[in-house]
Design a protein around this ligand. Sequence first.
Ligand code: AMP
Ligand code: MG
Length: 337
Amino acid sequence: METKILTQESVADAARIIKNGGLVVMPTETVYGLGADAFNKQAVANIFRAKGRPMDNPLIVHIGAIQDLKKVAAEIPEKAIKLAKAFWPGPLTMVLPKAECVPDEVSAGLDTVAVRYPSHPLAETLILLSDTLIAAPSANLSGSPSPTELKHVIDDMNGRVDAILDGGSCEVGLESTVISLVGDVPRLLRPGGVTVDEIESVIGEIEIDPAVTDKLKEGQRAESPGMKYKHYAPQARIIIVKGSDEQYIRYVNSREQKGVGAICFDEDAEKLSVPFFSLGAKDDCQSQAKNLFSVLRSVDEAGIELAYARCPKLDGVGLAVYNRLIRAAGFEVIRLA
Ligand code: AMP
Ligand code: MG
């Protein structure tokens, strides 16, 4: 398949491709998404094929206006309306009871649907011009780090999709926060750019699914199917190192040999004697989020086989950075403190 690279002037061409049942990679403020008409079963099935995604991992439906929520959700609780008003358009996905018209291919057979209204102007325009809603997972090959730059998308998706819409670098850099509003108490399934504190300031206390920070036990059911897979992983082995600045630097330098590298903070860089890739300043979780997936891809490009990573803070957007990094590391952690 020939893949067209389109610029924003050609967004109408991209919309036509969606209408005709094709696949278009669209930029969003979180990561690039691999989109198709959410109501076209064949087109949705093609998303799974292009990514090599397991069919039991449901997709997020992207809408272009808050009112579109009614088109896919069978019930809209008060808290969903409050969250939509506070955070949409933006990096928050809500899981709600599914309307019948949403194909099982989108929800992977669940009776719920995940919905998000993205804030990237090109995504919004694409959805509105397509005259439908767009189902889209992240536009990476299944298991690889999500794409936050055009180059990442081309590396993974060239020849697998009809078109890629160039939107530059993704601002947030990590996938959306996913919250389920199906049970009695809202439940965070995946942390992202909208933080727990921000959500609680609008709807009160929420629960945090244990899979956000910990590995699921054998046989335990994943509330969010995507959280059960080893995810976001580069070819290199990643190990998170928990400890003080000095402990981290001493430990990593003691492991110096060919193929060993560091995923560090800016402040560590000059003290390291192995090749390093910085996530950003130690206290700047926003930059760490934005840089994480690029760093994971760069580690592979540099031929690193084992990278020791600093542990991000576990609050604010740092929780989302940790959630992705611990999966990239296959939950391998060394505790020095
Ligand atoms: P991606 O689009 O690659 O970021 O993946 C979407 C994420 O949302 C995955 O972790 C899915 O498991 C999750 N998700 C999508 N639909 C649902 C749903 N109905 N219930 C729970 N999680 C969902
Ligand atoms: Mg993904």
